[in-house]
Design a protein around this ligand. Structure first.
Ligand SMILES: O=C(O)CCC(=O)C(=O)O
Ligand SMILES: [Fe+2]
Length: 218
């Protein structure tokens, strides 16, 4: 249904681009299969615990580097002590292609070398508060891919959690990149819209989000 209504590419802030319908149906199915495998381990997907005792409503599994609030480590000391799965080469290729398409310049992504991915699963109730992605030591862009149920993605400014911000609907297959002056902008997911995803992706319900990042760590 929604596919009948073309959704144009938008730039909610300088350095931030939303490219609707970027992933093909086959790429979405492939990513769902891969996420299902990563969710099983070596470090199983889990609700991240926050330092002050809270628990995030999304479930997360990491590749390459393990993220826990508020640092990256090689082993998942807050889960099972295991080493996270390798960051696969094909996911880096996808990230480079995302930047090339985002900038509409085939060379733009050439030097982009993401070394970590956070895979987030949202059920109908899950959300994510406004935050900055700032535990990376580089200013390289974050590439975000969405599959499954549509969500409201709130993209703000670098100064405060509040306004000005723009609410963007991220649907299955959408690409969102934030870099440059928007790299450290606050963003969050106030709402997932249950029942909006297509089960043909392999995801019967809920939303997957995969963000690719460059940690700058060795
Ligand atoms: O789910 C999303 O679209 C955003 C996820 C996010 O901001 C994060 O993992 O840091
Ligand atoms: Fe984030």
């Amino acid at each position: 249904m929604n596919a009948l209504i073309p959704r144009p590419r938008t730039r909610p802030a300088p350095g931030a681009v939303h490219v609707p319908g970027w992933l093909s149906a086959e790429e979405q199915r492939h990513l769902v299969r891969a996420c299902r495998e990563w969710a099983g381990g070596p470090v199983p997907i889990r609700h991240t615990r926050l330092p002050r005792g809270g628990v995030m409503s999304v479930r997360t599994v990491c590749l390459g580097w393990h993220w826990q609030p508020y640092r990256y480590t090689r082993t998942a000391d807050d889960v099972n002590g295991g080493r996270v799965a390798e960051f696969p080469g094909w996911l880096g290729d996808l990230g480079r292609r995302a930047l090339a398409d985002e900038y509409e310049d085939p060379r733009a992504g050439e030097t982009y070398a993401p070394d970590t991915a956070l895979v987030n699963f949202y059920d109908g109730q899950a959300r994510m508060g406004m935050h900055q992605d700032k535990d990376e030591r580089t200013g390289d862009p974050v590439v975000s891919l969405s599959i499954g149920d549509t969500c409201v993605f709130r993209f703000g400014n670098t100064e405060t959690r509040g306004r000005p911000y723009t609410d963007v609907e991220l649907a299955s297959g959408d690409l969102f990149v934030f870099g440059g002056p928007s790299r450290f902008a606050y963003h969050g997911v106030p709402k997932v819209l249950p029942g909006t995803g297509d089960p043909a992706t392999g995801l019967a319900s809920g939303r997957l989000n995969i963000t690719l990042r460059v940690t700058g760590l060795t």
